[in-house]
Unconditional design. Structure first.
Lengths: 390, 346
């Protein structure tokens, strides 16, 4: 069924392109360019069908679904403890952040609250996965624009962050560490001091990127004024996270609707940028990495002592009910709507992932830009394919 | 008919064969060295990694392994491709590269053909590669390849102009199109009567040198001017359908052209093979020292090209054209004017 509609859609676009005498004076014809699913700019399997007049985009349509793994359905036959393993793989660069909103929703249904120590460590790990995720964006943006050196710095310095995550959770990419009622383990000895040292490295990396990439005139030429999203359009398309903040929307769930995490305890700032272009999106994310490093530093100074787990039954049965929790994940707002009927497994789990909405603006945004700017815009919107398709 | 080569009388065909073989060996050795030095090691150190370490001591035989891999690969072409043109295109690009080396002198007697219009010839044959690239883009029957080829066409032709205009400054200063004469003009020159270091044209023609190197960067389609092969948008541009030995040919020609342009730049601006005439070295000595001199200068200049390549993001096509037409060409024209005025005045 899907294949047929897909083909029909393609034929429709191809026919429009062939018919369209795009530039009447020069008698040029349109060309349909299929970007992806296997294309270096989509870093995954997003496909974009673009109708071009020369190098200018007349219309572009993103086609997602090449990596659909059916997580919402799979979770209906997984116990609550097993769900975190699955949802880890949604945004694979900041996996721990995927677990947290689900666990918070399940905790709300069960009426359990994690002890303060678990909450603080959760917040630290949450921000660490944000850094691990956004560092790669900062490097990848360079690659998409042709500067291949920053991404190696990004991979080098992300490794320090991943090492810290691995030391406490045992997994570099997929920690599966969050539990209903707390965390699996306590922190290893000396971990907090090492983490603060790693945060210094992260700050150095940010300064490097600031000099090497963001300060470069070529980078500014390529990104300033490219892919401008006005705040009202951003809201209409449901953009969230740094993409919305780069359009000047001062909205951050960590501050505005913080549930079960330790953000109110620290002193930090939500960064916004008025321009709404690709440069603003890059700039906001760079500031967010710096801010996350400072949040982790402050949290590491004041982790309270106490138990790491609340009292929960060995076999977890969640009482019937519904709960929606969303958090400010590295890519934007991520939420879980958990419907329980009192079983071992969720009756229904609806996942709201940020990239799906963030990418949905591309047809509006790509109209009229040049082919090189497709790459700039896609890179600056920053999506993870697992986060689009789930 | 006999011709003298380094004092030895040889038949014409013998002398030609020696010249061609020596040229080929020199070019390929230099190219291989540059690939190892910059593409494998220099960039790795820039990016805080080691680069190849396994093949040979310190990875020095990695290039042979790579070449062996390419030679073994299946010769793939797309179904709709124009087979003949598809196969010819790499050869055209490569021949353009090798033809450039013909007139670059490496010593008083070490030049394959000492043409009176040397620099004119170099610039003419260097633009032949556009033809090969357009052929490749069209024959590949691939939209990305076509777009890459058209971008390359626009870019290479646009940057031909600042390059020629930059060279004209040197030609006016030296009073000759012949590369040997240009080298000798620098080696015999004097700076306000001081002959100790000759008068390399980079001192007086620094504007032309900067314009020339920027244009070289664009002619080589290296970042920040690598729109034609932009890997994140056009995958590999006009090279996208090429694999195996045909890709190897493109690879060699890319780096050999870098060496060629660097050799031209060092001949025009850095004094070429010559040491200052005031040092009083004989021609026999210079035939040995000369190649080392020009190879060193060329490799250093290639280093500048690759340093830039690995540091910058790339321009967009329209920004790149704007830079050529609105910035570089006016600067180069002003430089010609000033050079001519000074030449007449002093």
């Amino acid at each position: 069924m899907t294949a047929v509609t897909d083909r029909q859609k393609l034929q429709y676009i191809a026919a429009r392109a062939a018919d369209a005498r795009v530039n009447v004076e020069l008698e040029t014809e349109g060309m349909t360019l299929n970007i992806g699913p296997q294309h270096p700019a989509t870093h995954g399997t997003l496909r974009i069908v673009a109708r071009l007049d020369g190098e200018q985009v007349i219309a572009a349509e993103p086609i997602a679904g090449y990596m659909h793994r059916g997580y919402e359905k799979i979770t209906e036959v997984r116990t609550y403890a097993q769900v975190t393993t699955v949802v880890n793989r949604i945004d694979w660069l900041g996996s721990f952040a995927n677990e947290v909103p689900f666990i918070l929703a399940a905790e709300r249904l069960m009426g359990v609250e994690a002890p303060p120590r678990a909450t603080w460590i959760r917040t630290i790990l949450f921000e660490m996965s944000r850094i691990a995720n956004l560092i790669l964006f900062l490097g990848d943006m360079g690659v998409q624009l042709g500067a291949i050196t920053p991404v190696f710095f990004a991979f080098r310095d992300r490794e320090f962050v991943l090492d810290q995550i691995e030391r406490v959770t045992g997994g570099r990419f997929h920690p599966n560490f969050d539990r209903i009622g707390g965390l699996k383990d306590d922190l290893p000895k000396g971990w907090l001091e090492d983490t603060k040292r790693v945060m210094d490295k992260v700050r150095t990396f940010c300064d490097e990127i600031d000099d090497l990439l963001m300060g470069s005139e070529v980078f500014q030429e390529r990104t300033r004024g490219i892919g401008v999203i006005p705040p009202d359009v951003a809201m209409q398309y449901g953009l969230s996270g740094a993409n919305a903040r780069a359009s000047g929307i001062d909205w951050d769930l960590r501050r505005d609707n913080c549930i079960g995490l330790a953000y109110p305890e620290v002193d930090w700032k939500v960064w916004t940028h008025p321009d709404g272009d690709s440069f603003a999106r890059f700039w906001v994310r760079l500031q967010e990495v710096r801010e996350a490093a400072s949040i982790i530093d402050q949290l590491a100074d004041g982790v309270p002592s106490g138990p790491i787990m609340a009292k929960v039954p060995r076999i977890i049965k969640v009482p019937a009910g519904e709960a929606w929790i969303s958090t400010e994940n590295p890519l934007g707002e991520m939420g879980y709507y958990v419907v329980s009927q009192g079983d071992l497994t969720p009756f229904r789990l609806k996942i709201r992932s940020a990239s799906f909405n963030n990418v949905s603006i591309t047809p509006w945004l790509l109209r009229g830009v040049y082919v090189p700017d497709i790459v700039t815009i896609l890179a600056s919107l920053y999506f993870i394919l697992g986060d689009i398709d789930r | 008919m006999t011709r003298a080569l380094l004092g030895v009388e040889l038949a014409y065909w013998q002398s030609t064969l020696v010249r061609v073989l020596a040229g080929l060996v020199a070019v390929l050795l230099l190219t291989g060295g540059v690939v190892y030095l910059y593409l494998f090691k220099f960039v790795s150190f820039m990016q805080s990694r080691l680069g190849p370490m396994e093949a040979g001591p310190y990875g020095s035989l990695q290039l042979l392994a790579e070449v062996g891999k390419w030679l073994q690969k299946e010769d793939i072409h797309t179904e709709d491709s124009d087979r003949t043109i598809f196969g010819l295109a790499p050869a055209v690009v490569l021949s353009s590269t090798f033809l450039m080396f013909v007139v670059i002198p490496a010593g008083p007697d070490l030049v394959i053909a000492n043409l009176g219009t040397g620099i004119y010839y170099v610039l003419a044959v260097s633009s032949l590669s556009v033809l090969g690239i357009l052929m490749a883009g069209w024959a590949s029957a691939n939209k990305y390849a076509l777009m890459g080829a058209l971008r390359a066409g626009g870019q290479l032709i646009a940057y031909e102009l600042p390059m020629v205009l930059a060279v004209l400054g040197v030609v006016i200063a030296a009073g000759s199109l012949n590369l040997q004469d240009i080298v000798l003009a620098q080696s015999n020159g004097a700076i306000f009567g001081f002959t100790g270091i000759g008068n390399p044209f980079i001192l007086t023609q620094f504007v032309a040198f900067a314009v020339f190197m920027i244009a070289v960067q664009a002619e080589l389609t290296q970042t920040p001017f690598d729109m034609p092969i932009a890997e994140s948008e056009l995958v590999a541009g006009y090279q996208v359908e090429y694999s195996g030995i045909r890709f190897l040919v493109y690879f060699i020609s890319e780096f050999a052209t870098a060496v060629a342009f660097a050799a031209v730049a060092s001949t025009l601006f850095l004094g070429g093979w010559a040491l200052p005439a005031s040092w009083g070295l004989s021609d026999g000595v210079m035939n040995v020292v000369g190649p080392i001199m020009i190879a060193t200068k060329a490799v250093l200049l290639v280093g500048v090209v690759f340093w830039t390549r690995f540091s910058f993001p790339r321009f967009r096509e329209d920004q790149l054209q704007r830079l050529a037409w609105k910035v570089l060409i006016p600067i180069a024209l002003a430089n010609i004017l000033l050079t001519a005025v000074f030449k007449v005045a002093f």
